[in-house]
Every structure is written in structure tokens, then in C-alpha cells.
Design a protein around this ligand. Sequence first.
Ligand SMILES: *[C@@H]1O[C@H](CO)[C@@H](O)[C@H](O)[C@H]1NC(C)=O
Ligand SMILES: *[C@@H]1O[C@H](CO)[C@@H](O)[C@H](O)[C@H]1NC(C)=O
Ligand SMILES: *[C@@H]1O[C@H](CO)[C@@H](O)[C@H](O)[C@H]1NC(C)=O
Ligand SMILES: *[C@@H]1O[C@H](CO)[C@@H](O)[C@H](O)[C@H]1NC(C)=O
Length: 576
Amino acid sequence: MCRNLSKYTLIFLFIALSVIIFLFRNINSFENWNCHTISALYQLQSRIQTSFNPVSLPTFYQNRSFCSHLGQRPSAEDELEERYLLDSILWPVSSHQPWHLPLRLTTDPGHSLFAILPSKSGRKWHLGDQLEALVQVHDFQGRPKHYGGDFLLARLHSPEQGAGVAGTVLDHKNGFYSAKFPLLWTGSAQVEITLVHSSEAVTVLQRLREERSDRVFFKSLFRLGFLSETTVCNLCLPPDQQPLCNYTDLHTGEPWFCYKPKMLGCDTRVNHAKGGYLKHLITNNEALLFQSGVNLKVYIHASGPDRITVLPPLKDNVQIESDTQYPEPAKIGPSGYYYEDRWKPVNGFQIRQFNDSANVTQCLRNKMIYMYGDSTVRQWFEYLTDLAPDIKEFNLHSPKNVGPFMAVDSAHNILLKYRCHGPPIRFTTVMSSELRYISNELDGLTGSPNTVVVLSIWAHFSTFPVEVYIRRLRHVRRAVLRLLDRAPGTMVVVRTANLQALDQEVSLFNSDWFSLQLDQVLRAMFKGLNVLVIDAWQMTQAHHLPHALHPPPAIVKNMVDMLLSYICPEKKSHIK
Ligand SMILES: *[C@@H]1O[C@H](CO)[C@@H](O)[C@H](O)[C@H]1NC(C)=O
Ligand SMILES: *[C@@H]1O[C@H](CO)[C@@H](O)[C@H](O)[C@H]1NC(C)=O
Ligand SMILES: *[C@@H]1O[C@H](CO)[C@@H](O)[C@H](O)[C@H]1NC(C)=O
Ligand SMILES: *[C@@H]1O[C@H](CO)[C@@H](O)[C@H](O)[C@H]1NC(C)=O
């Protein structure tokens, strides 16, 4: 009896569902239905289709001008800067199309080698000298390659001394690369060369960046009463497929669009969220270029010794070689190095250690610290509130990991805030009311010598053409300049991009190669401004711990110590 009942229930449900689905397919012809009926139907539909259906995603191949030239036209001056920036990050591309090039002819770190070149002064190295290693890349057949474009990282380090420094890599565009390091500590120093991507892999990434900025997609929920719909959103959407909702920011002109929901108006948007990552972006042949342990972040071995001993400086050679050794200042020499696991900027900036709560609260007394950006600066917020429990997180009932967050220490009059940057933020779900552009937020700050602004903007821009990032930073930079003009003494700190763990999947969306290019733009755009740049890139590259999107606490400590040392330099506390 019971069995029969459940059988009939199922059949009934099936028929009911079929009717509902039929109704939906033909919803346009039922528009004279009263609103309640339609609401109820939609509610049911959203229960049936509980999960967002990515099958309906638009697939489109954009060209460079499509996505990057949306929004307000840049001024002639801005266009000039943009061209300069794009030229400065131009990557030497191989003329070989990787989809024509079999794997055996591409760069193989296993067959590639490096050698430490003899020192200038004979056979010995001294503190302050420069060490140079020559890398020659080979293909999988062991044949030397004759063009450049491989993405290499170089590091000189000494595990015994907790020391490490990032090297400068020079591409000779003929299969040879030079890696140069200043010798900044005495004792042993070991060279480490890593192939992050072959030049052929970089060509694939470059194509994805220009043509497939839809490879991460976004979605928004629209809701009114019982009605709710979810549609696809992005910085640019093919305009011819469906009507759009235009959420272009009126102050900055930053573009953002969603497909218009069928039933609801554009003003019923409730939230914004990461939709997902497209699959099948590359051919099987191209996929071979992104193999962990084969040609993706793999060490290149030395043909001879890979380490040297650095002696104390010679009496007549104490002057540390400086400018001459880095012919391309835009591509930066080391900004610092680790010694005993502590970061030491080469410009002499003294980093103090803030080990306990009392140290932090003493430093931040009377300060308001505003952190804006992605999760890599949210990490600093979390680190600070963990380290100094007196700065108590105030419960704003914000979604976990999304924010906004606020922490307060009323005894010491400390306010600490975090807010994520605007779209294309790739967080789980941000309420529409909390979606803000950093430049608009900065315009809303009064600023003062007690105000600290910390910015981290990079990770969520890697799937877009670089122009998109330049435009965003241009808006942020203008707002920073306005803030510094109206409130001189306001402290502004910029955190750069950092290296992360890569596999094939991560590479296509977030490769270090994308980050490197954005990072160079970031540095160039904030150069010469009265802001402190914290070099997360080199701080993750020079450290012995594995690369991670969210660097481990040992590295975050160095970054936050640098931030706090900027806010509270040594001298001030002596006066107190
Ligand atoms: C790129 O796209 C824009 C807008 O869709 C179009 O006007 C332009 O002709 C395209 N350019 C090329 C080179 O395909
Ligand atoms: C979107 O809105 C902005 C600002 O109102 C406007 O300048 C732009 O032309 C609109 N874009 C589209 C594609 O409708
Ligand atoms: C801070 O802690 C580190 C170890 O975590 C220690 O080596 C260092 O001496 C401490 N610094 C101060 C100023 O207490
Ligand atoms: C941290 O606090 C200790 C004692 O509370 C003090 O000796 C030390 O100098 C402080 N360090 C900093 C960096 O303020």
C-alpha cells in the first residue's frame, strides 16, 4: 500500500514538474497571468534549478579592443602612459605557435643547465660582489634552444643562515639567460634556478589573457518578493546576445555588466559572486606545456657546483656595487633580502620586530587603519587581530572571508577595517550594497597623520587584459593623490603581488606570469609617490617556504613588521 502510494506520488510529481517546465518554456505567452502565479512559478523554478546552470554561458572570443576600451575614454596623457606601461612589460614571444610545436621541441628544465660564472677578481667571492649564473635552456630532445621568452626565477640562498635574495634574470633571447645576485651575506650561498613556464606556455597564457577574459565568470542574484533569478555578469559581455544591465560606476566609469533577468529589473540585483572557471580552454597539445614536475615550476640543475662561499669584504673593495649591476632599473634588482629569516630592505629601511600584543597596540594607538583589496591584505587584518587580541573584531555579521570587517581597541583608540575591492572581485558572495570601488572609498576618507591606508589589488585581475588593470590603478592612484593632497601625512602602503603554488588549472587563471606582469605595472604606477611599497613578490621569492597564494605566517610577519615599522619608526618610540 505504502509502496503504491509513493509510486503514485512520484508519477504525480513528475507530471507536475513537466507541466511547470512546459509553462516556463512558454512563459512569455503567459504574461497576462497575475503576478502571484508567476511569482509562485518562479519560486518553484528556482527550487528545481537550485544550482546555477553554466550551460547557458556565453562563449565568445574577444579581441583586445573589445574588453579594454569599455568605459570612459582615457585622456591623451593616460593613453601615452598606458602605451609606455604595455611596452615596458612586453614579453619576447616565440614566433613558433605552440599548437604547431610538438612538446619535444619546447623547453625542458630537465635538459637545461646553469653554471656559476667565475668571479671578476679571480676565484674568490667577497661580500658586496656580484654573482652571475648563466642558464642555457634545452628542449626535450636535449637540443639547445635558440630563442627566449621562458619565465625563470632565480634565488640565492643559505638555509643555515635563514638567508635568501631574489636574483635578476636577463633574457638574451637566444636560449641563454643571465641570473645576477648581489652578495649580501658571508658564508655559503646556493643558486637556485626555476623554470616557471616555458616560452611556449607563456604564449598560451598570453593568448588566454587577450582573448578569453570570460574564463572566470561571475553571477548575480536578482530578487523581488518571491521572484528570483541569477544571471551571468562580467566586465564585458557580448552585447548582441541578450539585453544587459549596465552597472558602470558613475564616479570612476569602471564598467560592469550583467545579463538582464527575464522577469526582473536591473535595480533588483542583490549580490555578486564568483560564478566559476571555464574548462577546455586549451588543446591537449597545449596542456602538455603545463605539467607539474615536468615543465611547470621545476628546478634547473647546475652543470657544476651550485654554491659558493662568500668571504668578508676586501679592504679596498668595501663599496657595494650598486646601479651598474642592474641595467634595467624598471625590472628591479633586489629590494631586500632575508637574513636569519628577517627581511632587510636594501635601502636601509629598518624593520623592527613586533612580537607581542603590547608592541602592536602601543604602535597603533590613536590610529585608524583602512585595508582595501583582495584576500592577501585580509590576511594582514587577520594576522594583526590574532597578534593583538586587544584589537577586538567587532561583529558586523559579514560573511566569512568576505567582509567588510572591523576591529576596535577602544582603550587605545585603535580602529582597523578591511573591505574587499570592487568587481571583478572573485569572492564567494558579496552583497550588492557592499560592492565598492577603492577609489570611491578613498574619496570618502578624511585622512590625517593618524590614518593609514593599505592597498592590495592584483590577484583578481589576472584573467583580464592588462589595460583593465591599468585603468583600475589609475583611478586608485588619482584617489590616493587627492587624499594625500587634502590630508598630508596620511600614510599609504601598497602591497605588491606574490608568487603562488601553480598546477595546470591554477596556471590558466592565476599564473605567476600574469601576476608578474601586473606587479610590474603596479610598481611603475606608484613609483615616485609618497607611498610605502611592501615587496610581497620578492619576500615570497627569496624565502625558503613554498610559494602560496596566501603566504605562510613567517612571511606575513615580516610584511606586517614592515608595515608597523613604517607607522612607528624606531626614533619616535625613543622620544616617547
Ligand atoms: C574588435 O572588436 C571590436 C568590437 O567588437 C570591433 O569593432 C573591432 O573591429 C574588432 N577588431 C578586430 C581586429 O577584430
Ligand atoms: C553604461 O553606462 C555608462 C554610464 O552611464 C555609459 O557611459 C555607457 O555607455 C553604458 N554602456 C553600455 C554598453 O550601455
Ligand atoms: C621576536 O620573535 C623572534 C622569534 O619569533 C625572536 O627571534 C626575536 O628575537 C623576537 N624579537 C623581539 C624584539 O623580541
Ligand atoms: C616590545 O615590547 C617590549 C616590552 O614590552 C619592549 O622591550 C620592546 O622594545 C618592544 N618592541 C617594540 C618593537 O616596540
